[in-house]
Design a protein around this ligand. Structure first.
Ligand code: 8YV
Length: 325
């Protein structure tokens, strides 16, 4: 079995105890050639979001490769259809990073309108703080505003629970309406039309997976539907937003600001967004949504359970099925 990146020590130790494991102790990202080589020899591959397991890479898979146990929830780094066609099972790690990702989403929902980063940066800057004034560095109130959640799965619902406690009104767009019981408990309003929802929200939170259907879901056309005072928070995947269009609209004042934890071409960050961040208009984070030691250990445990179950001849619990794509 080949693990492409350094994982928490306890996870690596357990993997070594249970399986014949090749680890990546110095955490150097594997080149496509190194991944191809690993896929040719291994029975199990444990990749992460930083590895591209596309149809070309899968073309190098040896007959032995039967399981790709992704260390991560999103599987947009893997061509799952091509893997399944080759008889390779794909698993992911759902559930264990829900609360951490929702916390980070809520943090951005607070940080952007309340100008936390600008304020914190000022306190450690070259110029001393000149003192409190009644009209200086005013942000916008969270309470009473309308939050539009795109993608009301586990993470979207966890965001909604938090947001309600901050007095936000919950609205959502999802392919399928969620059960009435959940809607009622969150006092959430379903919008069948994403366009109509976008036009009426104060804050948008992106919490859906990246699939061919959600690529640039927030296109230039849809971004234009937003109110000029609206903010966007994205802790899902950069590809869901047309980043260039978003940057242009923030620059021109047609969107108030954004909090982004994910980017279209990670680890590259759009220079326009970096300029806007320096100007205090957007907050950028380096894909920290699930970055807690507890979360990463839980993810590792899920990966191990998926592999062990598969090796024991059973269906692993977190199989990625074509209907999920
Ligand atoms: C993970 C993520 O850390 O699980 C996901 O989908 O986006 C991240 O929070 C990453 O995928 C690890 O592979």
């Amino acid at each position: 079995m080949v693990v492409t990146r350094k994982l928490p020590d306890s996870v690596e130790t357990r993997m070594r105890e249970l399986f014949d494991t090749r680890l990546n102790l110095d955490d150097t990202p594997m080149t496509p050639a190194a991944i191809a080589e690993a896929m040719a020899d291994a029975d199990v591959l444990v990749p992460t979001v930083t590895d591209r397991i596309d149809a070309h890479a899968l073309g190098h898979a040896g007959d032995r490769l039967k399981l790709i146990a992704n260390f991560g929830n999103g599987v947009d780094n893997i061509d799952v259809t091509a893997a399944l066609q080759r008889g390779i099972t794909v698993t992911n790690t759902p559930g264990v990073l829900t609360e951490d990702t929702a916390d980070m989403t809520m943090a951005l929902i607070l940080t952007v309108p309340r100008r936390l980063i600008e304020g914190a940066t000022l306190m450690t800057g070259d110029k001393p703080w000149t003192g409190w004034t009644p009209t200086w560095m005013l942000g916008h109130r969270i309470s009473g505003k309308r939050l539009g959640i795109i993608g009301m799965g586990r993470i979207g619902q966890a965001v909604a629970r938090r947001a309600r406690a901050f007095g936000l009104q919950i609205h959502y767009h999802n392919r399928r309406r969620v059960p009435l019981k959940i809607e009622e408990s969150l006092e959430a309003t379903w919008w069948e039309s994403l366009d109509q929802m976008l036009a009426r929200m104060d804050i948008i939170s992106v919490n859906c997976p990246h699939t061919p259907a959600t690529y640039h879901l927030l296109s230039a056309r849809r971004l234009k539907l937003l109110q000029p005072g609206a903010y966007i928070v994205n802790t899902a995947r950069g590809e869901i937003i047309d980043e260039n269009a978003l940057a242009r609209m923030i620059e021109s004042g047609d969107v108030a600001g954004a909090g982004l934890d994910v980017f279209e071409h990670e680890p590259a960050v759009n220079p326009k967004l970096v300029r806007l961040a320096r100007a205090g208009r957007v907050v950028l984070l380096p894909h920290l949504g699930s970055a807690t030691i507890e979360g990463r250990v839980d993810m590792g445990t899920k990966v191990i359970i998926n592999i062990q179950t598969f090796m024991d001849g059973h269906r692993p619990p977190d199989r990625v099925l074509p209907s999920m794509l």
